[in-house]
Design a protein around this ligand. Structure first.
Ligand code: F6P
Length: 755
């Protein structure tokens, strides 16, 4: 529920409680007034008839009855009765309630109010025909009590008036509440607008004074963010609205190496769809679904060609209606176009395995693998970047399209797009860390890479630290002006904003809808792995990559058993490791080393029916991954260096049951946001083992409190917000660029006029 909804509900509930309370108080008060009125009326009636009553008191019954009859003439008086001081009945009118006897009444009066002599005793009684007000008044002569007159008055009108008063009050309060709410809303809207306009005016005026400029640019950005956010959560709908309102509803074109759906020919000849293990895919897929653009990717499946058209296009998710089919227009929200690009084996070797994954990947990660830069890989990298850009240009439909370039595979693409379409909105996001300038400087092609990336209008990293590293590299290696206040680089007359946009996950995660809940996931995982019911489990999910710290993770589990032997036989760590880039030696070595460590630890600690480690070196589809995440007592993400790490966020998203503990490496971008995880240095095996033990010892309330906090963070900072914030920044730049174009078009006109 949105914050505004919650506020409105609270407001209405508060008003209802207030109205209800006020109605009760007013009702009590008016009832007291009515009763006092009835007592007064009884007193008046009896004092008026006092002399007749006295003269007929000792006479025969019919005379006294006649006097009582006169008394009961008033329409509200039901009947009257005369009682002796001993409680005997002298006379009563016919309508006096039969169930009320002199004997009982006088006994009660004497008990409750012995000094009645000059007063009145009253009580409300319930009789079969309704409620009556009984008033007992003494009849005295020369100070000697002769007896009592009892008057019974109808109370039903009080109940009627009560109901009318309540209705009136509720309606009056209701109308008042609606008026007050509308007025408050209008007033707050108006003051928000006034306030923001005033602030913008101050910023305009202040902006002309040089000394205010640094601080004003920060304030301006904050104001723009406030205006854009308006406290609303980021949803697919809001992202679409942002595109429609701020970027004229244009479709986005995404350039990302890994395709979201890979078609594979299975051994039995059928075609299967595979979802690759990639944080980038997890993050971008919901964006494309919301914006229905085109994703241009490397065709990597054995059945990719036969499932696409001649240009390599197909509608995804598989099964979505094709473009031109009426159904595609009806379901624009959930489908988009995938354009596959085929690479020759030489291109793939040079661009993907070579330059991207043996050069840039180790260059950008501090994971102690030496980068390899080969001239031929660099040539292929540039050629493949040109090939992808060519496909992107075929997909765009305006002179200033929005192109989202993803990751280290396409460092040259922004400048190539800019050269072809000078007014394009190129947003580049670098999903991996950016090293410090000294480290980056070892790359023989550093200047070309920087210049390629500076073709983007916006360049995003996960953290401010990586932005700073990039700016330092530009400062050191290029002739460019760096505006550190605005986080911008001006190079060859063009400006690039360099900003942090921490990536996130979909919220709520669509894929979780089909995954069994935590209890059933746990049962199925335990059955699958043959685990005893009382065993606790930890889970790790990664591509088999040396940056993920999988060796360190297994060694930390070993250290846990050494430091806390009571967990031997009672804790199992399950590692799901998806093979990746396996033609590269370093990855093959890693796979062998991880298997050897797991085997050694198992030999050391295993006992009948129990293994400390279960290693699954194979691809797992998302439903399986989420089932394991939901089944786990803890999830350990031990990356040695990671831009963000979305597995950590997926674990938090999966735990709707608020159980389980996240143990997270301090060297991930995620550690800056998921601060309620147990943050560890994965190289410090003692510290990591202690964190694993602390996770297993953690009481359920603490697990829930930590997860609740992280979940509410992810609900707010989700993947739609990630894309939305970049698109809003792009829209702002585009507005400015269009203004510059309009102004420059006017200059010749003015010059003509002068001539
Ligand atoms: O984070 C960088 C990244 O590109 C992720 O998108 C993904 O997890 C991985 O690296 C790419 O892996 P692959 O080489 O299998 O596409």
């Amino acid at each position: 529920m949105s914050r505004a909804m919650r506020f409105a509900l609270l407001w209405v509930a508060g008003l209802a409680a207030l109205t209800f309370g006020a109605a009760i108080i007013v009702q009590e008060q008016t009832r007291a007034w009515f009763e006092r009125d009835l007592s007064l009326r009884a007193n008046l009636a009896v004092s008026g008839a006092r002399s007749d009553l006295l003269s007929s008191w000792a006479a025969d019954g019919p005379r006294l009855e006649a006097v009582l009859g006169n008394l009961a003439q008033d329409e509200r008086i039901l009947g009257a009765s005369a009682c002796t001081t001993e409680g005997l009945s002298l006379a009563r009118t016919s309508a006096f309630p039969a169930g009320i006897s002199c004997a009982e009444l006088i006994a009660r009066v004497r008990r409750e109010q012995p000094t009645l002599a000059s007063g009145i005793w009253t009580s409300n009684e319930s009789i079969p025909s309704g409620n009556v007000h009984i008033a007992v008044l003494p009849i005295s002569e020369e100070g000697v009590e002769q007896g009592y007159v009892v008057l019974a008055q109808d109370l039903s009108f009080v109940a009627r008036r009560d109901a009318e008063t309540r209705l009136f009050l509720l309606s009056a309060f209701g109308i008042l509440a609606v008026c007050a709410s509308v007025l408050t809303l209008v007033a707050s809207r108006m003051s928000w607008r006034d306030w923001s306009e005033e602030l913008r005016r101050v910023l305009r005026v202040g902006g002309q004074r040089k000394e205010f400029q640094p601080i004003l640019s920060d304030v301006r950005e904050l104001v723009d963010r406030l205006m854009d956010n308006e406290g609303r959560a980021w949803t697919p709908q809001r992202l679409k609205e942002t595109l429609r309102h701020k970027l004229d509803g244009e479709k986005v074109v995404v350039l990302a190496n890994r395709e979201p759906y890979v078609h594979m020919r299975a051994a039995d000849g059928t075609i299967e769809v595979m979802h690759p293990a990639s944080g980038l895919v997890t993050a971008l897929e919901p964006i494309l679904r919301a914006c229905s653009g085109t994703w241009i990717a490397h065709a990597s499946g054995t059945a990719d060609r036969e499932t696409a058209d001649r240009q390599g296009r197909l509608r995804v998710p598989p099964g979505a209606p094709a473009e031109g089919d009426g159904r595609a227009a009806r379901t624009p929200n959930d489908s988009y176009a995938l354009r596959r690009v085929w690479l020759t084996p030489e291109e793939e070797r040079g661009y993907y395995y070579g330059f991207a994954n043996e050069g840039l990947w180790p260059l950008c990660h501090i994971a102690h693998a030496r980068p390899t830069f080969r001239g031929e890989d660099w040539l292929q990298y540039r050629a493949v970047n040109r090939k992808f850009v060519q496909r992107a240009l075929e997909e765009v439909d305006s002179p200033d399209p929005i192109v989202l370039v993803q990751d280290y595979h396409f460092a040259m693409a922004p400048a190539l797009i800019r050269a072809a379409l000078p007014r394009a909105n190129v947003i580049m996001f670098w999903h991996i860390p950016w090293p410090n300038a000294e480290m980056f400087g070892i790359c023989p092609y550093r200047n070309e890479l920087l210049e390629g990336m500076l073709g983007a209008s916006i360049l995003g990293f996960h953290t401010q630290l990586h932005c700073n590293n990039f700016l330092d590299a530009v400062d050191r290696f290029l002739e460019a002006r760096i505006d550190r206040e605005r986080n911008a680089v001006v190079h060859r007359g063009r400006e690039t904003l360099v900003k942090p946009y921490p990536i996130s996950v979909e919220w709520p995660m669509r894929q979780l809808a089909t995954v069994p809940d935590a209890r059933r996931s746990r049962a199925s995982v335990f059955e699958e792995l043959g685990l005893a019911e009382d065993v606790r489990i930890g889970v790790g999910v990664d591509r088999l990559d040396y940056t993920k710290g999988i060796e360190e993770r297994l060694l930390a589990v070993e250290r846990l058993f050494e430091r806390r032997p009571e967990f031997i036989g009672r804790f199992t760590f399950v590692q799901l490791a998806a093979p990746t880039r396996s033609t590269i030696d370093r990855y093959r070595q890693l796979s062998e080393s991880v298997a050897a460590i797991a085997e050694r630890i198992n030999e050391r600690f295993a006992s009948a029916g129990w293994h400390p480690l279960i290693l699954r070196r194979e691809h797992h589809e998302p439903p399986t991954v989420f089932r394991y995440l939901r089944a786990a007592d803890l999830c350990y993400v031990s990356s040695l260096h990671d831009g963000m790490n979305l597995v950590a966020k997926e674990f938090v998203a999966a735990r709707e049951d608020e159980r389980g503990v996240l143990v997270l490496s301090q060297f991930t971008g995620a550690a800056r946001e998921l601060t309620e995880a147990l943050i560890v240095n994965p190289y410090n095996l003692d510290e990591a083992a202690d964190a694993l033990a602390a996770a297993l010892d953690m009481p359920p309330e603490e697990q829930a409190a930590r997860l609740r906090s992280m979940r509410s963070y992810l609900a707010e900072f989700n993947i739609y917000g990630w894309a939305g914030r970049m698109l809003i920044d792009a829209a702002r730049l585009r507005r400015r660029d269009r203004l510059i174009v309009r102004l420059s078009e006017r200059i010749p006109v003015a010059q003509d006029a002068e001539r």
